[in-house]
Design a protein around this ligand. Structure first.
Ligand code: 5RP
Length: 223
């Protein structure tokens, strides 16, 4: 199976996971990226079985709408039972690196609201130690150089993601060469730098379930 087939398999597994719990008033949180897109495409078949979704990006909102799925403003929704999203890396505690698609801030907000975060990923995303994938950090544009200097002091090697503006009007620094042995502490330290909007470590609020696509089938991992 190639990587896309593994992503499709976990998208289907996530549908099977949530389907028994869907009700007419259920609002789902939906992530961003190619794995999330496979999930959205399958979710379209269940359109009439739930109320709609909160999107973690403009791209996801567009895709949901194209499928006729109602998109809700998060501020109008009291709670979300499930948030379904991909990841760039996941460790055994289900701490994640996210933000390869530059949607990390909205993803983190929707994940914070959700009762259960189901992460869907192909097997290549599972790692012993986070940090091989460059850690995205969303930054207020005028603070870019200052934040980069502070990240160097923390031992990282920040690279400006040229030509990318987030849905929130900000820029991304991708932090290379960090072996992240203490993800919660690093997540807090990065968020404490003035000018950082948020960073792509999802460790303080990790996933609750990881559906991992492997050649032997989809594994269900919990911390
Ligand atoms: C977007 C993300 C994505 O979930 C992450 O980049 C994984 O993407 P893909 O499913 O395309 O491999 O965090 O900001």
């Amino acid at each position: 199976m190639n990587q896309d087939q593994l992503k499709q398999a976990v998208a289907k597994a996530a549908i099977d996971y949530i389907r028994p719990y869907l009700a007419k008033d259920t609002v789902l949180g939906i992530g961003t990226g190619s794995t999330a897109n496979f999930f959205i495409d399958r979710l379209a078949d269940l359109r009439g079985d739930f109320a709609g979704a909160v999107a973690s990006s403009e791209a996801t909102a567009e895709r949901l709408k194209k499928h006729g799925i109602e998109v809700y403003d998060l501020n109008t929704v009291a709670s979300l039972d499930y948030y379904i999203d991909g990841a760039d890396e996941a460790d055994a505690n289900l701490a994640l690196i996210k933000g390869g698609g530059a949607a990390l801030t909205r993803e983190k907000i929707v994940a914070a609201v959700a009762k259960t975060f189901i992460c869907i990923a192909d097997g290549s995303k599972k790692v012993e130690v986070l940090g091989n994938f460059p850690l995205p950090v969303e930054v207020i544009p005028m603070a870019r150089s200052y934040v980069a200097r502070q990240i160097v002091k923390l031992g990282g090697d920040p690279v400006y993601r040229q030509g990318v503006v987030t849905d929130n009007g900000n820029v991304i620094l991708d932090v290379h060469n960090m072996q992240i042995n203490h993800p919660v502490e690093l997540e807090i330290a990065l968020n404490n730098i003035v000018g950082v909007v948020t960073n792509g470590l999802f460790a303080a609020r990790p996933a609750d379930v990881l559906l991992l696509g492997t050649v032997n089938g989809v594994e269900t991992l919990k911390p």
